[in-house]
Design a protein around this ligand. Structure first.
Ligand code: 5AD
Ligand code: SF4
Length: 469
């Protein structure tokens, strides 16, 4: 039996988890907290009181990776202060940087006790026990515990479910990972290497987790996957089903009021999923559907496997099924070989599509990806200028989208107290933050709210009708 398995259940150690990057990491951080809870580790928001600090890292762009090493520098100092005061603190690095650079982290930052990739989270308690036994060793003999395997077993069947109190504490909206990994191999992207091949969770496992969440008061679930709409699983009748059909099954869960999913690839947006948007009122009219570039030449070099025209006609089909669909996207500027004219094509596709929001990035060379070997790198100052122009256009679209809501009455899921006293805050179906005057007993339900104004990144509303719930 491992050291920590023998720990008293009520031993109150504290774990501080810092999450970088995408929503999948947010979900994973919660799963790590759930895996540690039976071993006496309770989450804390106060890094100073932590016995264990975990960095759940992101490797998608160069800057994201570098942040990890500067954070480790700060943690080393904090650990030193704690030790000087008679305490201690263990340090672990998880996530995609750990997966890609496990040995390098251990070498560059000897302060780290354990390094483990996204497929090893179910082994965390055992790794921690091993790392703890190393603590008593002479520093020269101490080695970080490293686990960056892609194990045979399914981590989800080994990870404990969240305790109901933990889910309640996390609020009314929850993430649920249904798919991991990517087989698309876009030439700029590290995900197929850090997260591995596409794997979907079984339908029954997804439904069970969704029911548990709803049972703990969750009203809105966002299904997650690096390529979520490539989901396919076997249903109770033994049929292979896609994300669309999974949505129909989830829609049957009483008490689940809103459903979202992210991130999607245009190639996997099939008729079944589009039909679900037409048929299911709980499937929210907001879709993150990255196109990355509007130039066919660059799309080809990126290995996106579709053209700009195909993307636009897909948007038309989606809007035919759900006319009020709000769109969001990701864009990369300065991919190797991108000319002014390619970039103009990107601005054109943005104008033509019309986005409610978008994320945009300068191309960042990632070691091990095919893009890293391409010539014709775009100079930094051109990338900066293109990013600025693109963001200006998207900001105009976002502002116009928010403004188009004024005068409308929208169902708002009220989730929390507002920024100002006497206010509460929530989200519109289109994922916009909405603030309104109202008592805290509005929290926990969907209410009809008239939009009376906008501020920089949110809408201002007025309660029209409180729901009975
Ligand atoms: N450089 C810049 N942006 C990138 N992304 C992924 N890889 C890179 C890279 N090497 C962006 C893409 C993706 C989003 C999650 O991050 O736009 O959709
Ligand atoms: Fe990366 Fe492309 Fe896969 Fe998205 S679809 S995770 S951008 S390789």
């Amino acid at each position: 039996m491992s050291e920590i398995e023998t720990m008293p259940q009520n031993a109150s150690k504290r774990v501080f988890i810092k999450t970088y990057g995408c929503q999948m990491n947010v979900y994973d951080s919660d799963r790590m907290a759930d895996a540690l809870a039976p071993h006496g580790y309770m989450p804390t928001q106060e890094i100073g009181e932590a016995d264990l600090v975990l960095l759940n890292t992101c490797h998608i762009r160069e800057k994201a990776s570098e942040k990890v090493f500067s954070e480790l520098g700060r943690l080393k100092e904090l650990q030193g202060e704690k030790r000087a005061a008679g305490g201690d603190m263990m340090i672990g690095v998880a996530g995609c940087v750990a997966q890609a650079e496990g040995e390098e982290i251990a070498r560059r930052a000897p302060v780290v006790d354990l390094v483990f990739g996204p497929q090893a989270y179910h082994r965390l308690p055992d790794m921690l026990a091993q790392a703890q036994s190393q603590r008593h060793m002479h520093p020269a003999l101490k080695k970080a515990v490293i686990d960056t395997d892609f194990p045979e077993e399914d981590k989800f069947t080994h990870l404990p479910a969240a305790r109901k109190e933990a889910t309640i504490a996390r609020g009314l909206t929850a993430f649920l990972t249904v798919q991991e990994g990517c087989d698309k191999f876009c030439s700029f992207c590290v995900v197929p290497y850090t997260r591995g091949a596409e794997v979907s969770r079984p339908v029954s496992q997804v439904l069970e987790e969704a029911r548990r969440l709803v049972d703990a008061g969750v009203k809105e679930i966002t299904l997650l996957g690096q390529n979520v709409n490539a989901y396919h699983g076997t249903d109770a009748a033994g049929r292979d089903i896609g994300l669309g059909e999974l949505c129909y099954l989830l829609a049957e869960i009483t008490g689940l009021e809103r459903l979202r999913y992210t991130t999607s690839h245009p190639r996997d947006m099939d008729d079944g999923l589009i039909a679900a948007h037409r048929d299911l009122p709980l499937l929210m009219p907001y879709l993150h559907l990255p196109v990355q570039s509007g130039s066919d030449r660059i799309l080809k070099a990126m290995n996106r496997k579709h053209t700009a025209a195909e993307y636009l006609s897909l948007i038309e089909r989606i809007k035919a099924a759900r006319p009020d669909m709000a769109l969001s996207g990701d864009f990369i500027v300065g991919f190797p070989g991108e000319t002014d004219s390619d970039f103009e094509d990107t601005l054109s596709i943005i104008r033509e599509t019309g986005y409610a929001s978008a994320y945009s990035f300068k191309y960042s060379t990632r070691p091990g990806t095919p893009g890293a070997n391409l010539g014709h790198q775009v100079p930094e100052e051109i990338k900066t200028e293109r990013l600025y122009r693109l963001q200006e256009l998207v900001n105009q679209q976002t502002t116009a989208f928010h403004a188009s809501m004024v005068g409308k009455t929208l169902p708002v899921l009220v989730e929390r107290v507002g920024r100002l006293p006497g206010q509460v805050g929530g989200r519109s179906p289109y994922l916009q933050a909405v603030h309104l005057e109202g008592a805290t007993d509005l929290i926990g339900a969907i209410h009809q709210v008239e939009i009376i104004g906008t501020s920089t990144n949110s809408l201002v509303g007025r309660l029209v009708r409180a729901s009975a719930a």
